[in-house]
Design a protein around this ligand. Structure first.
Ligand SMILES: Cc1cc2nc3c(=O)[nH]c(=O)nc-3n(C[C@H](O)[C@H](O)[C@H](O)COP(=O)(O)OP(=O)(O)OC[C@H]3O[C@@H](n4cnc5c(N)ncnc54)[C@H](O)[C@@H]3O)c2cc1C
Ligand code: FES
Length: 386
């Protein structure tokens, strides 16, 4: 900027005076800047190297990986947040987010509790191939699924399904460990009681702490089970919770759980703004979503051309574009893999993708043809740019 323009700016003289004084008396603003930047990097690192210090069997299909810092202290996180693990498996560089299930007051480790997904690339690798002592690379903690005492009030009604218990477990552990003045009613749905992760610990917590109320709900109860059966219904919630006014709902689980439970909450008159929902990955069986083009089958393959260099690769309609990019060795950066963080934005130069209803895309991105590759499914040949 030209000097005469700068001189007319408000505060110009003050700033130049301060710079002159700093030069004269030796204050090193450059060094100060370095200290602040270093502090910010430690609180919000892009990448962490974590060591697997312990592996805990939770259920037949679930293990907890206890991860300690290998080179720098672990950055703090809010109960409910996740880290993304970055891995290379069978030559494919990919990432998956996992909620931290330990409490934030446990500053020495992050627990990630992983449930096996049939044919799942990363969950099977973590459960079968990772051993104590291995190093894993992760993002820093991220995500919006946490309790804010100013906005969300004192009472949390939590609805969890399967591995969706993990962020809520972190919240409950923190409440108990820190003696926070918060009341939780947890409805936790599973196929059977043996699938319920942390079941024994939750029973113990609920017995010892009158602010935590634990309601297991199972689809296939055994003969000796006398608790809540079936699904998490409006009636079950009302019976346990009573008046829902001023209570905030936290839901985390598979899409099928949201599809069933949200209409139940609507029956109770719970306003949408009172429901906090963790996006728990890209939808499965996308071809069954309303609006999916009937002429496209999940296994149909399309050609994706990279506008930058004209190279091409194949993509399957039933899988997110991001997965095809990773399989082709052309990964876009990713963190949440559920349309939230915008890191995997790509521009669709030509062709069309299917995006599930409700996927968040900024208005400006939509205007200029950008989509989230993690939540976009190819339904034509594409040309893309990122
Ligand atoms: C914010 C966030 C937090 C998460 N926290 C946890 C956690 O704490 N613990 C945990 O176990 N998982 C968690 N997940 C899910 C996790 O990121 C992976 O999606 C999951 O481990 C499956 O990855 P995969 O590579 O094994 O399966 P993929 O190879 O990605 O998928 C294989 C097949 O299974 C389907 N599929 C993918 N995910 C699921 C699923 N969850 N249920 C059923 N079918 C599925 C896919 O559509 C595909 O057909 C979280 C996801 C998000 C977005
Ligand atoms: S990885 Fe976050 S929006 Fe796609």
């Amino acid at each position: 900027m030209r000097k005469e323009i700068l001189e007319n700016l408000n505060g110009y003289e003050t700033v130049t005076g301060e710079i002159a004084a700093a030069q004269k008396y030796g204050t090193d603003y450059t060094a100060e800047k370095g200290v602040v930047a270093d502090y910010v990097r430690r609180l919000h690192p892009d990448r962490l190297t974590l060591r697997v210090s312990r592996i805990i069997d939770e259920t037949p299909s679930t293990k907890t990986l206890r991860l300690t810092a290998s080179n720098t202290p672990l950055p703090p996180f809010l109960a409910g947040q996740y880290v993304a693990l970055y891995l290379e498996i069978d030559g494919i560089r990919t990432a998956r987010p996992y909620s931290i299930s330990s409490a934030p007051n446990q500053t020495g480790y992050y627990d990630l509790t992983v449930r096996r997904v049939d044919n799942g690339l990363v969950s099977n690798h973590l459960l079968d191939a990772v051993a104590v002592g291995d190093l894993l690379e992760s993002s820093g903690p991220a995500g919006q699924f946490y309790h804010n005492p100013i906005i969300h009030g004192r009472t949390m009604i939590c609805i969890a399904g399967g591995s969706g218990i993990t962020p809520i477990m972190s919240m409950i552990r923190e409440i108990v460990d820190r003696g926070l003045d918060r009341h939780v009613v947890l409805f936790y749905g599973n196929r059977s009681l043996k699938d319920a992760i942390f079941h024994e610990e939750l029973l113990d917590i609920a017995q010892g702490c009158d602010r935590i109320d634990y309601v297991p709900v199972v689809e296939q109860p055994g003969d000796d089970y006398s608790g809540q059966c079936g699904y998490i219904t409006a009636t079950a919630i009302q019976q346990r919770v009573g008046d829902i006014a001023d209570k905030t709902f936290f839901a985390c689980g598979p899409q099928a759980m949201y599809d069933f439970c949200f209409p139940e909450l609507e029956k109770l008159g719970v306003p949408r703004r009172r429901i906090r929902r963790e996006m728990y990955g890209a939808p499965t069986q996308i071809w069954q979503h309303p609006g999916w083009p009937g002429s496209v089958g999940p296994q149909d393959r399309f050609t994706v051309t990279v506008a930058e260099d004209g190279t091409t690769f194949e993509a399957e309609a039933g899988q997110p574009l991001l997965v095809a990019m990773e399989k082709a060795g052309r990964p876009a950066p990713s963190l949440c893999r559920c349309g939230e963080c915008s890191l995997c934005r790509v521009k669709i130069v030509s062709g069309h993708v299917f995006q599930p209803p409700g996927v968040m895309v900024r208005a400006s991105d939509r205007q200029f043809g950008y989509v989230h590759a993690c939540m976009s499914y190819p339904i034509e040949d594409l040309t893309i740019l990122w």
